[in-house]
Design a protein around this ligand. Sequence first.
Ligand code: NDP
Ligand code: MG
Length: 388
Amino acid sequence: MSTVKKRIALFGSTGSIGKQTLEVVAANPHLFEISVLTAHKNADLLIEQALKFNPNVVVIVDKAGYPKVNEALKNSDVKVYTGEEALISVAQMAEIDIVLTALVGFSGLKPTIAAIEAGKNIALANKETLVVAGEIVTKLAKEKGVNIYPVDSEHSAIFQCLTGEAMNPIEKIYLTASGGPFRGKKREDLASITKAQALKHPNWEMGAKITIDSASMMNKGLEVIEAKWLFGLTNQQIDVIVHPQSIIHSLVQFKDGSMKAQMGLPDMKLPIQYALTYPQRFETDFERFDFLNYPNLTFEKPDLDTFRNLQLAYDAMEKGGNLPCVLNAANEVTVEAFLNDKIKFLDIAEINEKVLAMANFSANPSLTSLYTTDLEARHLASEIISKL
Ligand code: NDP
Ligand code: MG
């Protein structure tokens, strides 16, 4: 084993995945070194992290936070940059071995592409990047000889099941879904859902956007599209099964009918660590799974009528082109509006569906045209919301 430490650029270090990544790094100082940390607005936490992990560079994207971070780090060796463009340049720094993308939403796309262009391997948490531009991103990664290691637990599970199976074609995969806090509920039950109820996920503690996406099952829809591009699957090869205990993280079914599943207690630190150390596994002190605590692992069919967003994601994937980008943009706007008490829970999927129907379709979008699509879909969603 090489004793050279892996140098990590951690994009979105102040978020849920970012913080857990730093826990993994702190527990394994012999394996990892932090080169870059980035935050959007959370200057205080970024400063604290910078003082602890001593990176070469930090980026506070929001310019209003720059003076504070700069002042706090002026007596350290840490360089402080600001602005979106800074994310692009630091993604390409020579010293970096791997970029862990834990930004949320469309904001992850540009820096991820910049990192791939520079030949950096990617540990990908930011699923929206593959939803928006999966074809372009995976093609570019192939051209540049870059590996994309999944951080998302379901995709990490599939990736782990596929290790050692390069010669064996996949028949299909099953992505497991917890079903979120509203599993078993019907549309009429969801009409008066509050933000606090939607923010309470039964099994995972995550950032606000993905928590709402989990409650509406948009998260699983985004993950279906993410899986298509990560593993080069056809739409028909991807199935979703609701598994409320979140112990089986996903499964692969091979052509001989054999199924491999990856299991364990829900803890994002495990897929984060595996994405950073693949193909090796290193010891952890994470809590171990005990069968006797889970005598019943159960499975259900997803309810696509109540959780429309999952159906919308399948539809957008089937029609392809720029529609997954449209759906993602609409959903970012509607989730934000829901979090700001501007719309109701069921409006999220309803508005997403309207925007999908209204946006200009393009079958083979370029990267530039996806930026236009993203803006157009955001505009359409905002218009609908403003007229409610
Ligand atoms: P959080 O909202 O907790 O964190 C997001 C991070 O990105 C923060 O560091 C935030 O900075 C930064 N950020 C937000 N907006 C921007 C922007 N416009 N430009 C630059 N930086 C920005 O999200 P999560 O950690 O929950 O999720 C991150 C990604 O990982 C998402 O794509 C999510 O789908 C995926 N994921 C998350 C899982 C989880 O368990 N949380 C599981 C699987 C996937 P600041 O703090 O300063 O606002
Ligand atoms: Mg997931």
